[in-house]
Design a protein around this ligand. Structure first.
Ligand code: SF4
Length: 328
């Protein structure tokens, strides 16, 4: 179990949410970056039906039988769930739950990149809005980005929008295949805060720790982190798996702070050190607004939470998302 005890107010919210989920035929999908109280499945006394990373949640969204999906994550993720499940009502507890990467690029920017580099395939990280995805060839998550990039015959690829993830991928892919990536200049405002200096200081204070780095951290941070230290650079899933397989007892985590709660829940005998940078967008989702979303289902208030995407964009965005899922 992720959290041992909950104050009575949280228990009351849990009960109210669970009751309404049943009454309204809804499921709750929650991302690993949610606050710990949202990262607890019903089975463990919480409210989520499934907790996962972007790819896990996309796959899970395709299996939902319930009429309504409450998406406890950020808006681009809820959009992906809607594209994959056009017949379901997908609701997000706060439509302001954005993402600095997704908002860094528009569909028009992609068209301009394609005009500048005709014929070059475009890989879109899932951290983009549906309108942007609609202009791309294939989507990827941090879990399958490398494999998808490798799979193209072309020796040049456009990768959007994360410049740091792109640089980290470029380093691996160029060494292996000589392929070049044309990058956009988006950044994740959480992961870019992990500097080489901050990693060096944490490593100095914890010389026995291994390092856990998400693809979205800057390239220089990766170089500093792996200097005289073991660890992993990869997706959220790679990080979770690495900790399970490692014999180390202490880890320095360079990713969203609440992934530390997930890790602690999964591996209670291990220690995780992090400066605790939280994603302000993910934290817009709370138990209170999740309850309000459920209460709104079937009333005019539901429009406040409802994810609706124009039909044409839905169809166009489905193609690169489906290609990604077929690849996984
Ligand atoms: S952690 Fe970064 S990439 Fe993820 S939603 Fe927040 S800003 Fe976007």
């Amino acid at each position: 179990m992720l959290i041992e005890t909950h104050p009575p107010a949280i228990q009351e919210l849990y009960s109210a949410i669970r009751k309404l989920k049943q009454e309204k035929d809804a499921v709750v999908l929650a991302h690993y970056y949610m606050s710990p109280e949202l990262q607890l499945t019903e089975k463990d006394g919480g409210i989520a039906d499934f907790i996962g990373d972007s790819l896990g949640l996309s796959v899970e969204a395709t299996k939902v039988k319930a009429k309504h999906i409450i998406f406890c994550g950020v808006k681009f993720m809820a959009e992906t769930a809607k594209v994959l499940n056009p017949d379901k009502q997908v609701l997000i507890p706060d439509k302001e739950a954005g993402c600095s990467l997704a908002s860094s690029i528009t569909a028009e920017d992609v068209l301009e990149l394609k005009r500048k580099h005709p014929g070059v395939p475009v890989i879109a990280y899932v951290n983009t809005y549906a309108e942007t995805k609609a202009e791309c060839d294939i989507c990827c998550t941090s879990r399958n980005a490398l494999a998808i990039a490798r799979s193209f015959d072309s020796d040049t690829l456009i990768f959007i929008p994360d410049v740091y993830m792109g640089q980290n991928l470029q380093q691996k892919i160029e060494a292996e295949t000589g392929k070049k990536l044309i990058l956009w200049h988006g950044t994740c405002e959480v992961h870019e805060q992990f500097t080489g200096l901050s990693m060096e200081m944490m490593k100095k204070a914890n010389p026995d720790a291994e390092v856990l780095l998400h693809w979205e951290v800057p390239k220089e941070t990766v170089a500093t982190s792996f200097c005289e230290a073991k660890g992993v650079l990869g997706s959220t899933n790679d990080i979770l798996r690495y900790v399970g397989e490692s014999h180390a007892k202490k880890f320095i985590l360079a990713s969203e702070c609440d992934l530390g709660a997930t890790l602690k829940g999964m591996y209670p005998d291990k220690e995780f050190i992090t400066p605790c940078f939280k994603c302000p967008y993910m934290k817009k989702i709370t138990l209170q607004n999740t309850l309000a979303t459920l209460q709104a289902i079937g009333t005019p208030d539901a429009a406040k939470y409802d994810i609706s995407i124009p039909e044409e964009i839905m169809h166009k965005a489905y193609i690169p998302i489906k290609r990604m899922l077929d690849f996984a």
